[in-house]
Design a protein around this ligand. Sequence first.
Ligand code: IPE
Ligand code: IPE
Ligand code: MG
Length: 239
Amino acid sequence: MHSLDHEKLPAHVAIIMDGNGRWAKLRNLPRIEGHIAGVESVRDVVTITRELRIPYLTLYAFSKENWVRPKDEVRKLLELLGIYLDKELPLMLEKGIRFNVIGEKADFPGTLQAKLVEVMKKTARNRDLVLNLALSYSGRKEILNAVTRLIEDVKKGVVKRIDERVFRKRLYTGSMPDPDLLIRTSGEMRLSNFLLWQMAYTEIYVTDTFWPDFKGDQYVAALREFGRRERRFGRVKED
Ligand code: IPE
Ligand code: IPE
Ligand code: MG
């Protein structure tokens, strides 16, 4: 399938799904139409990730900073998220996908929070793919939260020595592996506060394609490029 070398596939893919607004603008459509079209790309990418048996996928859907966008766009985005959850839950159950939110669930309206928790609970025993959706997510906030929890645990005597292992356990991603590959669509060469701790050694792939145009073939191209990368982790090149 997809003629990819399975040994060189990432175990964790993170994606900054960017460019919905520009996609819509190009077509003289309201920005929300770009977000709606982007849901199709989410579906494609989730399906392929599962088919390829990549165990972790983290999608940046809404940043902590995105709350300052026009009220109407935010409202419609939240509405779209609710529709997505309702629609995808049966598929997640059928396909063994475990849904997980990283970010500040508490920032969302009560009904949406309840829905997020419901989907997380109902899919909690699924094992084929962990789908992390980053919602009201901030990498810096995540690190500060982990620090706060760590201080509490030190006070309680639960933690004696602070090292990377005890720290990372207190991040939203807990015991998940760090992303091997970060994909960002629509050409921007920045992290936008995404998974700052976790991406220390992540391979970065940026494509000019807008998110709603990022479909299966584009994803496979990114994975193929990942397979060609030489990861060194500080070592010298091996012959
Ligand atoms: C990404 O697309 C989706 C969200 C941030 C919610 P944008 O809405 O950022 O699209 P551009 O960057 O304006 O084109
Ligand atoms: C990052 O995209 C957040 C998401 C894709 C959800 P933005 O469009 O918000 O990032 P900036 O503002 O261009 O850095
Ligand atoms: Mg953007």
